[in-house]
Design a protein around this ligand. Structure first.
Ligand code: 0WE
Length: 260
């Protein structure tokens, strides 16, 4: 028996087999969860569909996180197929690429709105829509990054959005806790996903991690998936409102020097 046998999970944010959401999906599947997926647009549908089939999923629904109507329609399909929802995984973010380089001061009003809408508010919107079908001990998981707490050059408005997302995790955990529903975030070290590959210099950042993190290695989507299993299973029953670092220890270093 897996740790998640009989649990039904919706995964938001698979783009391809490098996605953190895909690492989480595989780990949840391994532990016996039944999975559903959302995708954004036809281009990603062609990527997500074959992956969903690999983990025996037949619930694949479109969902633009910028649209309350699409979120509502997606949750209607989840209700029709699953009845109840035990696990909700949110692993999506968006900022304009030209605001993920150079100075934070260059952030536009529209860029700020967009980044906070898609990267932070969307968690609240998803939970609102899923609320009527959450099971009694449901678990919600989102993804964040340490650029919310300390300055990471070029992360800029996305760091501000992640700070809002992390604060949302605490307020949502307080709202849903009385019903036994938990809300947590994983703060992952840098991983070469589709989103990250659009960032110039990300390869050097990931390479540096291998030299300066306490574990002397990069973080994988499997590392994230395994922590997701803990937080989403009954093993995590006392944990809510937390930001759990899966970063090979990178964030504890005040001074990080290669080869020391
Ligand atoms: O949160 C992220 C990535 C978020 C992201 C990436 C993109 C690229 C493509 C959000 N929006 C977009 N928009 C696009 O058009 N990470 C933690 C990965 C990441 O992004 C960085 C990093 C790291 C690490 C940006 C600058 C510096 C470091």
């Amino acid at each position: 028996m897996g740790l998640l046998t009989g649990k039904k999970a919706l995964i938001v944010g698979v783009a391809n087999d490098h996605s953190i959401a895909w690492g989480i999906a595989q780990a949840l599947h391994r532990e016996g969860a039944e999975l559903g997926f959302t995708y954004l647009g036809e281009q990603l549908e062609r990527r997500v569909r074959p992956l969903a089939e690999k983990v025996d999923s037949s619930l694949i629904v479109p969902c633009d996180l910028g649209s309350d109507d699409e979120i509502a329609a997606a949750m209607d399909q989840v209700r029709d197929k699953f009845g109840q929802l035990d696990i909700l995984v949110h692993s999506a973010a968006f900022a304009k690429t030209d605001e993920l380089r150079g100075s934070y001061l260059n952030t536009s009003r529209e860029g700020f709105r967009l980044a906070l809408d898609i990267s932070a508010y969307s968690l609240t919107a998803l939970i609102k829509a899923a609320d009527p079908i959450f099971s009694a001990n449901a678990s919600v998981l989102t993804m964040t990054y340490h650029g919310s707490q300390q300055v990471v050059p070029n992360y800029n408005v996305q760091g501000v959005a992640k700070a809002a997302l992390e604060a949302s995790v605490r307020y949502l955990a307080a709202d849903l806790g009385p019903r036994g529903i938990r809300v947590n975030a994983i703060s992952a070290g840098p991983i070469r996903t589709l989103a990250a590959s659009a960032i110039s210099g990300i390869r050097d950042m990931i390479k540096a991690q291998e030299e300066i993190t306490p574990l002397r290695r990069k973080v994988t989507i499997d590392d994230v998936g395994n922590t997701a299993v803990w937080l989403c299973s009954d093993l995590g029953s006392g944990v809510t409102g937390q930001i759990v670092y899966v970063d090979a220890g990178g964030s504890i270093m005040a001074v990080a020097l290669p080869n020391s």
